[in-house]
Structure formats: C-alpha cells, structure tokens
Design a protein around this ligand. Structure first.
Ligand SMILES: [Zn+2]
Ligand SMILES: [Zn+2]
Length: 334
C-alpha cells in the first residue's frame, strides 16, 4: 500500500490470518454509476432526453421550413455534435474515478508525495490535496466537490472533463433556446413564416397551432431556466479557474467570512459587507442582529471573484504523520 515509514496500513480484509478486523459495511464506490442511479441522475437524464426529443421531433422541422435545407443541415450537425459531446462527457464524468490512487493501492510506492498525511477512514497514506468524501466512501485526489447530478466526485483527475461538460451543456441549451426564440419571433412577426410554421408543424388548424406555440413557450421557459443554472455554474467555475481555487476552498473562504460576520454581530458591531455585489450588504443594525443563522454556501460567481482566500495557502484535510515515531498511530491533529 505504500504506507508511511513505520506504519502498517490495515486494508479491509487484509489483516492477519487469525484476528481479522471486521470489514466495513460498504467499500469505496468505484464511480457514480456504482449502484442504482439516484434521483438527480434520473431527473437530469429525463430532462435532457425530453429536450433532445423536442428539438429533433418538434422544433427542427419548423426551423427547416424557415431557413432552408442547407442551413437546417448545418444546425442539425452542430446540435448533434454538441449533444453527443454532452452525453459522452456526462457519462465519462459519471464513470470516472477521481480517487487518490492510494485508495486502490495503485500509487507508486516510491512517490515522495505520500507518507505525510493519513486518512483514518481509508486507512492509507494519501496526498496532501486529497479529501475523504463520505458519499463516495474514499479519498479524492485534488478534491473539488461531490456532484449530486453525477453522483460522483469531481477532483483533479476529472476536473477538465467536468469543466468541458459545463461548456458543452451550456452551449447546447443556449443553442436550443435560440432556435425556439427564432421560431417564435418569426411566427409573431412574419405572416408568411407563420403559415410555414403551421404547415411544418402539422398544426394548420388554429387550435392546434395555438397549442403548438404554447408548447414552444413552455420549451423556451425550460430552456431559459436551464441556460441560467448551467451558465451560472459555468461562470462560477470560470472564476474559480481564473483564481486558482477549488470549490471546497471557496466554501471554506465563505464560511470563514460568515463566522467573522457572526462574531462581529455578537460583539455588537455591524458585520462586514459580504464579498461581491450580489449578496446582502452590511446594513444590518447591531440592535436587531442576532447571530446569523448558518446557511448553505451558495454558488455565486460574483462572490467567487471577490471572496478573500483563506489565510492558509492550502487546505489540509488529514492527520499529519509524525515520522519521528517509529510505529503505529503517529498522527498529529491539524
Ligand atoms: Zn479517505
Ligand atoms: Zn464524492
């Protein structure tokens, strides 16, 4: 296992012949599709497939009537490539294993980066950047966050794929929404196009045609909501990449500022303003300022741009091993 000098890692099932330690109830997850899909995976897959079906079956024939065969073929190819990339990257991210190689005993025993930090849950020496994920039940190298939509962790080993997925998905849903806008605008401004829409969509009767347009409006609403959420996440990660931070470091920095603000309020002073222009200001009077309730840290690109990094240059998640002690539990708390 390449454990630290003077220690004897005990792998589940790998103990002595007579007195084996009881195996943990569940071993580490291999990836996000190790088991039944969760509700978030099912929901986003269903939404994605519905949008895809609507685009090909309902929207594209009408766009073809408006822009002609050549432009339609171009749109078809662009959309299909984007959709294929999105599906491929999503599956890659779901099936990727971002674990610290030491979790599987697959690291180089001579790698000098190992030997200083220890995960008591995985029972192995891990890299300094690794953090244990309770959902994945393993240490993740260069931990960024656990994504519930992938049911998998994003870390150093799959961050590029995750970021590419955000780029493709944002482009795809923007493309789809733009096509819906095109059809709706042409319908409302061009009488000839309107009849073309009715013909291409097979909704010549006024009632059916009205229903078709209403359906497009719903599609546009869903598309705009999707663009907003995926686009915001992409903007957030663009800022993180620009600032050289991980999602976890952003969360730590925001929590630290929250605690600082709570301490100021408790001391009877107004809290400092929250970073960025999108959060509540400091205009909370000390008189009515009970301790702020703990809240989830929200994904906010503006705050990510302005938040002060934590004083420690790196976040350390595991006990540091005391190499001076020859054996056993030479752990220093951090
Ligand atoms: Zn661990
Ligand atoms: Zn995880």
């Amino acid at each position: 296992m390449g454990g630290p000098e003077g220690t004897t890692p005990v792998k589940p099932g790998g103990g002595g012949a007579q007195a084996e330690a009881p195996a943990p109830p569940e071993g580490p997850k291999r990836h996000g599709c190790d088991g039944w899909p969760n509700a978030h995976q099912l929901a986003c897959s269903a939404l994605f497939l519905t949008l895809l079906a609507c685009f090909y079956a309902v929207l594209l024939p009408v766009v073809r009537a408006g822009v002609g065969d050549a432009a339609w073929a171009g749109l078809l190819v662009v959309h299909s490539v984007l959709a294929a990339l999105t599906v491929g990257l999503y599956l890659f991210c779901c099936y990727s294993d971002a674990a610290d190689p030491a979790v599987w005993g697959a690291h180089d025993p001579g790698d000098e980066r190992y030997g200083d930090f220890w995960c008591a849950t995985c029972n192995v020496s891990v890299l300094e950047s690794s953090k244990h994920c309770r959902q994945c039940r393993k240490c993740i190298q260069g931990f960024d966050h656990h994504c519930k939509w992938l049911d998998n962790c994003v870390g150093e080993r799959n961050y590029v794929a995750f970021f590419s997925l955000l780029c493709c998905c944002t482009t795809l849903v923007t493309f789809q929404a733009a096509c819906v806008v095109y059809v709706l605008v042409r319908y409302s401004t061009d009488g000839a196009a309107a009849s073309g829409v009715a013909t291409a969509s097979g909704t010549g009767a006024s009632d059916a045609h009205g229903g078709y347009i209403a359906g497009l409006s719903v599609l546009l609403f869903v598309g705009v909501v999707a663009v907003y959420f995926v686009g915001e996440l992409l903007a957030f990660h663009l800022v993180l990449v620009y600032r050289g931070m991980t999602t976890l470091e952003y969360i730590f920095a925001m929590k630290e500022m929250e605690d600082l603000a709570a301490a100021e309020v408790e001391a009877g002073r107004p809290p400092p303003p929250e970073p960025g222009c999108c959060g509540p200001s400091s205009a909370v009077a000390p008189s009515d300022a009970a301790r702020r309730p703990k809240k989830m840290v929200e994904i906010n690109p503006c705050q990510a741009l302005c938040v002060a990094p934590t004083p420690t240059a790196k976040l350390v998640h595991h006990g540091r091993l005391d190499k001076e002690q020859p054996s056993g539990s030479g752990l220093n708390s951090v």
